[in-house]
Design a protein around this ligand. Structure first.
Ligand code: FAD
Length: 400
């Protein structure tokens, strides 16, 4: 099988999907090739932009000079986040928040996490320790212990509902059934909850989370919010599902579960990639390519004893100076391990440095110096650089 596109995007994480949606939105014929589910499926679903300080956009100016955010700029970042919100809203998973203000969400460990944009189901999650809170938990639910929260909040209590299943995804799927939702709300009303706010682990449905959330809030007459759980995370899965649906709705082609078997080049151009997978091989031609394969966790980068490799095009990767000992700090949980700087360096048009290839662009957490954990800028940087790389690709490469 042979297919031809304007742009082929390799990697279906947030950066790749945002690049893809930007391009199809401009009438381009686009394919996304991805070998597996992206990191956002394990995430809280909240969009961290830059977690230090009150105003994430203001903080960008003080990031080190090579940080990829500087290639996008404040205005570009705000626009990309606006585009993201529009897409998610149209998919029925609205995000709330202000790109100029960080906020806090309560986590399942009873601590707060600083983030920027959150799904509407977490809008009321910034709770004062003195406020009263009632947690609606689930019998034997895996990896969710309301006691972690009640031990930190003086006026918190919890009740437990038996959903008949114990996994996050299993309970979320049960909420898609209206009979189950009726039974749950009847049980909840019977509790005659007195606390000011109600929190529920993030299991309020898969695709219908908005409707389930509003129904529960309406029935109990209280402010309700979801608490992001440990992976697998429903808000993360909803986020990914929303972007995937938005792309497919705009007639993009998705090659899911497919890696790259080989790359064809002619002169300074990449012409095509052949995909791994069962049966006949699939050859995908493109006028331009965007690499969005993520960092180590997704396999976009691979480390050996003394080198870091980019796994699709074998692009030159930045590696922190010194021996491998210098890659990590002694304290595993410390922020700012040097290895986080590893990745692909790009020019102002998101083209990789140190290669002759002309029709290749790079975005997302594979970019050198992004230091996602240190700056807590994960999804925000993926969104901003994904949109910017797509625009650079359309603007700079005349073949599209
Ligand atoms: C556990 C965890 C929790 C996090 N939580 C948050 C959070 O709550 N909020 C936040 O803002 N950030 C969070 N982050 C950071 C954030 O998830 C990432 O930085 C961001 O989503 C990365 O997006 P990406 O598109 O660059 O890459 P990825 O999400 O890594 O996607 C890369 C994609 O490329 C595919 N791929 C890789 N190699 C190939 C290949 N050879 N061929 C085809 N496809 C390939 C992968 O299968 C994957 O689908 C978290 C990170 C981790 C690890």
């Amino acid at each position: 099988m042979n297919a031809t596109y304007d742009v082929v995007i390799i990697g279906g994480g947030i950066s790749g999907m945002m690049a893809a949606i930007t391009l199809v939105g401009c009438g381009k014929k686009v394919a996304v090739v991805s070998k597996g589910d992206p990191v956002c499926c394990f995430s809280t679903g909240c969009v961290d932009v830059l977690a230090d300080g009150e105003n994430p956009l203001k903080g960008i100016g003080s990031l080190p000079e090579h940080h990829p955010y500087h290639l996008v700029g404040d205005k570009g970042i705000a626009e990309a986040l606006g585009l993201f919100r529009g897409i998610m809203s149209a998919e029925g998973i609205p995000y709330v928040g202000d790109v100029h203000a960080n906020r806090r969400v309560l986590t399942s460990l009873g601590r707060s996490k600083v983030t920027c944009l959150v799904p509407e189901t977490m809008d009321f999650s910034d709770i004062d320790p003195h406020e009263s809170l009632h947690i609606l938990s689930f019998h034997k639910m895996k990896d969710f212990y309301p006691q972690y929260i009640t031990s930190r909040y003086a006026k918190a209590a919890y009740s437990t509902f038996d959903a008949g299943v114990t996994t996050t995804v299993g309970i979320a799927e049960r909420f898609e059934d209206s009979d189950f939702l009726d039974t749950f709300t009847t049980w909840m009303r019977g509790l005659a909850i007195q606390e000011e706010r109600i929190a529920v682990p993030a299991v309020l449905g898969r695709g219908s989370s908005g409707a389930v959330y509003h129904r529960i809030g309406g029935e109990c007459g209280r402010t309700v919010f979801e608490i992001p759980t440990l992976p697998p995370s429903m808000p993360g899965l909803r986020l990914f599902g929303g972007l995937k649906n938005a792309f497919l709705r705009r007639k993009g082609d998705l090659y899911w579960g497919r890696g790259i078997y080989s790359v064809e080049k002619l002169g300074n151009q990449i012409e095509a990639v052949t995909l791994t997978g069962p049966g006949r091989s699939t050859r995908v031609e493109g006028k331009a390519f965007i690499l969005a394969t993520g960092s180590f966790v997704s396999g976009g980068l691979q480390a050996s004893r003394d080198a870091v490799m980019e796994t699709v095009f074998n692009l030159p990767s930045y590696l922190p100076p010194g021996t491998r000992d210098a890659w990590f700090q002694d304290d595993f949980f410390a922020v700012g391990h040097e290895i986080e700087k590893a990745g692909i360096r790009v020019d102002a048009s998101f083209r990789p440095l140190g290669t002759e290839i002309e029709n290749l662009y790079v975005c997302g957490s594979i970019l050198a110096f992004s230091e996602v954990m240190k700056y807590r800028c994960g999804h925000g940087m993926a969104i901003a650089t994904g949109v910017a790389a797509a625009k650079a690709c359309m603007g700079a490469y005349s073949g599209i």
